[in-house]
Ligand binder design. Structure first.
Ligand code: CO8
Length: 306
């Protein structure tokens, strides 16, 4: 018993941080379902331009609500703000889990902002891609429990963000779709998008999905494991919080080490190839043929609207 306690202390002090995705932090364990009903209720709100972040310090659960109209596209500014918010929550001793959702009706996120990739300088494109890597490293590598409450369409980068979480709940609406559709834009999902999808739905389904750029309906996404649960739109947040309470019932250190064991090789692959990945992206996206594809795609989006 003494040895076990000593082991736990070592873990909590972060000496085994090579096991950890980020350095391990033991935060006081509070279980949502065990909270007294009359517990003093404390919410902290961080209002940003592109999202609101609300932390309930009684439960340890934060909610990030994306609000970048019209479609929550992931611009450089959005990505930077999101990463800073995640880092703040990660450092906050009161936070143990985060639910990511959208305040825009019918849209979770339209993925990367195509305008950031079209007609821009290589310097800008490189900076943008570093920010894309950063948001993925922050979410996929988070020590917190992460749940995506997907309350609308979630193509490409929106799907990546959801897949980087520990659990995905999607609104049960046949009009909402989710998937990595890059090939349909004439571009290629990078290796770490592919790795993330493979870790969620397996190799064969990923190969099929990526080659065809498939956007799955909510029910298809449930069937192939891309999302874990479907629920009526108005039940999505209560369900996310209830699932969160199950995850928070597990001691943090045990869950975090397990998560790290599963995710570290994938994270390390990007960390060791980060600069070459940026260079590859800049070279690829600067090609005339790719710029042409992006231009046509943007025009198609505009025409579809009119
Ligand atoms: N980026 C920038 N603008 C966008 C994007 C986007 N991803 N998506 C939509 N918009 C714009 C539209 O052009 C339109 O602009 P405007 O008002 O000026 O005409 C406005 O947002 C509203 O769009 P819609 O009218 O289409 O809105 P709807 O509610 O009808 O549909 C959808 C919402 C379903 C999200 C739809 O807009 C859509 O399908 N968008 C495209 C989504 C997409 O294909 N995203 C892929 C982005 S690429 C990516 O994330 C990964 C890239 C990896 C690169 C790797 C290279 C090596």
């Amino acid at each position: 018993m003494a040895a076990l306690l000593k082991g736990l202390r070592v873990l909590c002090s972060g000496h085994l941080s090579h096991y950890g995705i980020k350095s391990l932090q033991c935060k006081p364990t509070r279980i949502l379902s065990q909270l007294p009903c009359n517990s003093s209720y404390q919410r902290r709100l961080f209002a940003n331009k592109n999202m609101t972040v609300e932390l309930d310090s009684n439960t340890g659960v934060a909610v990030i609500q994306m609000k970048n109209p019209p479609v929550n596209s992931l611009s450089l500014e959005f990505l930077t703000e999101f990463s800073i918010s995640m880092e703040k929550l990660e450092m906050d001793r009161e936070c143990r889990g985060v639910v990511i959702t959208s305040s825009i009706p019918r849209i979770f996120s339209a993925g990367l902002d195509i305008n950031e990739m079209y007609g821009k300088t290589p310097e800008h494109t490189g900076e943008f891609w570093r920010a894309v890597q950063e948001i993925w490293l922050n979410v996929y590598g988070s020590n917190l429990v992460t749940i995506a409450a997907i309350n609308g369409a979630s193509p490409a980068g929106g799907c990546l963000l959801a897949m980087a979480c520990d659990y995905r709940i999607m609104a049960d609406n046949p009009k909402y779709t989710i998937g990595l559709n890059e090939t349909k834009l004439g571009i290629v999902a990078p290796f770490w998008f592919k790795d993330t999808m493979m870790s969620v739905i397996g190799r064969r389904a990923t190969e099929h999905s990526l080659q065809l750029g498939i956007m799955y309906s909510a029910s298809e996404a449930l069937r192939n494991g891309l999302v874990d649960q479907l629920i009526a739109q108005d039940k999505i947040m209560p369900t996310a919080l209830s699932v969160m309470s199950e995850w928070l019932a597990i001691p943090d250190h045990a869950r975090q080490i397990t998560k790290s064991m599963m995710r570290k090789p994938t994270l390390d692959r990007l960390l060791t190839n980060r600069e070459s990945d940026i260079q590859n992206f800049v070279n690829f996206i600067s090609k005339d043929s790719i710029q042409k594809s992006l231009q046509l795609y943007l025009e198609m989006l505009r025409q579809r609207k009119s």
